[in-house]
Design a protein around this ligand. Structure first.
Ligand SMILES: Nc1ncnc2c1ncn2[C@@H]1O[C@H](COP(=O)(O)OP(=O)(O)OP(=O)(O)O)[C@@H](O)[C@H]1O
Ligand SMILES: [Mg+2]
Length: 140
């Protein structure tokens, strides 16, 4: 059993998250690990669902596009990879998957498409660093 066998790589489509994907690909090339590229479609509250049905569709399409683009990047390298699209609160989904026992590491970036500045930790990274029970590699 190697140190790296199954790596969870959450991405939000931002350039920093794609940098983390590239680091994860390098780790996979060195170790033979499989990477699972995960995008979480942010869950919208049930009560406002009908009003935002169109927005939900957009988020879903955007999530598919993010993973399709990431798959193009991963496919060019000689690594094993999967993609996964779920709908949830991003932090919760990442930590839940990280707890299932399959993954040995999370590789993600410190900031994403939202409001965290360069020297900060975004809310999702912050949540995952505090709650995940496996090592989390944060890429700047
Ligand atoms: N919806 C998501 N699905 C998968 N991974 C995500 C998602 N949102 C964030 N991440 C991961 O967390 C990293 C950091 O993003 P985070 O959301 O913590 O910071 P931010 O977007 O800059 O700030 P904030 O969202 O708190 O305003 C992303 O680059 C990505 O790796
Ligand atoms: Mg964000």
């Amino acid at each position: 059993m190697g140190l790296f066998e199954n790596i969870l790589v959450p991405i939000d489509g931002s350039s920093t998250s794609l940098r983390a994907l590239n680091s994860a690909i390098e780790i996979a090339q060195m170790s033979g690990a499989e990477i699972t590229i995960l995008h979480v479609i942010p869950a919208v509250e049930e009560s406002v669902k009908t009003r935002v049905a169109k927005f939900e569709k957009q988020l879903e399409q955007q999530g598919k596009d993010i993973l399709d683009d990431a798959a193009v990047v991963a496919k060019k390298q000689k690594i094993k990879y999967k993609t996964s699209l779920v709908r949830d609160s991003p932090g919760h989904a990442i930590v839940r998957l990280a707890k299932k026992g399959k993954f040995d590491h999370v590789v993600m970036s410190t900031t994403g498409a939202g409001s965290a500045k360069d020297d900060m930790l975004g809310s999702v990274s912050n949540y995952v660093v505090h709650k995940a029970e496996i090592p989390v590699y944060l890429i700047r």
